[in-house]
Design a protein around this ligand. Sequence first.
Ligand code: G1P
Length: 292
Amino acid sequence: MAQMKVRKAVFPAAGMGTRFLPATKATPKEMLCLVDKPLIQYGVEEAVAAGCTEIIIVTGRGKTTMEDHFDKSAELEASLEARGKTALLEVARSVSKLAKITYTRQPEALGLGHAVLMAKELVGNEPFCVLLPDDIVDASTPCMKQMVEAFNETQSSILGSEVVEGDAISAYGCLDCTPDAANPRLLAVKDMVEKPKPGTQPSQNAIIGRYILTPRIFEMIETITPGAGGELQLTDAIKALLQHEKVYGFTYEGKRHDAGDKQGFLRATVELALKNDKLGPDFRSWLKQLPL
Ligand code: G1P
């Protein structure tokens, strides 16, 4: 069989962002600015670095600033050009040239599985990535690139995974898995459960917001019924997929920030600002003189 290639990335971005109110009352949470660019741009850049050329963003009501952000801004470019601001002009242009971006809507917030299902026609019959824009992964090799490399070997669905401590696992999808003999980063998945009650988790291996899925997942989403929180859960669809295909967990190299949470967002801001080539050195000196 011909080798399957990953070319498309789906971004569920229709959620209401209630964890971040009041900031997200009129601004999509995906557009919150982390250091110097919106959250969603980190994910899109990661997908592009992984070789994706088509980005599918699943949006909803009140999310149009995302479309403006990735669109060409003729007025802004003309103004920067007229004033000879060539470096800024390049920054503005590069955002609109990142990839081919298509938008589709999720009319009702019925769950992550349902959001992914909205991309069925646009994805078609090929494997694809899913990136949850809240999860920012800081890594020397972009997380999705690591996963695409693993997919090229396994040709099976792969879920980004990390070990979380104690009851924190109850906020995640949780894997029942064993280490793969051939590749120490891969975990052979036996079963999974979305948001296990404390004490019932099969392991401490959480699913993070990075997935590569085979197209059969759409059929599975169509068969599942509402699960945790009364929502159509992607985890339940992947569990159903396990009846037909192999699924792997993948212990990525890097550090994840939950930027959909206020505390996580603050931490990500400080850590990424310190690493920023232009802003980092000054920011570091300023932090050091704070009376902490
Ligand atoms: C979603 C998924 C969950 C996963 C998590 C990663 O949950 O349903 O399986 O572990 O993303 O961030 P949410 O954070 O939307 O509740």
